[in-house]
Design a protein around this ligand. Sequence first.
Ligand SMILES: [Zn+2]
Length: 153
Amino acid sequence: MRCPFCACDDSQVKDSRPTEDSTSIRRRRQCTSCGARFTTFERVQLREVTVVKSGDRREAFDRAKIEQSVALACRKRGVDQERIDQLISGIQRQVETAGEAEVASAKIGEMVMDGLKQIDSVAYIRFASVYRDFSEARDFEEFASTVQEAAKD
Ligand SMILES: [Zn+2]
């Protein structure tokens, strides 16, 4: 596994253990060149799925991309990492078991929003604001008030 800090191709596994829900193995690695430590995950991939984006662009389903955008939305919200991992694992499983070779990126976005709604309303609004690409502040305010209304129920 290539070191993300110095790009050396060799690293040693220092520790290896399953995550709490046992859907993945977390490995602590140390770069043999610069000594930096980093974490990798091993997960089951049931099948290859292609994501269809706007403008008909296609790319392979990439869990890391969802992780990045969710991490950004949850920044400084104190959301439990295990819950985030479970949300993303659930989405990945759904996508891979749906029996379709392709999935619309919009559909994945909706699944992430549905999940974040249950976890943290601020993270939900942040994700939705980026995802729906709000161009005007007014849209954002309208959306935020919708969320507040929903939270009262
Ligand atoms: Zn290194």
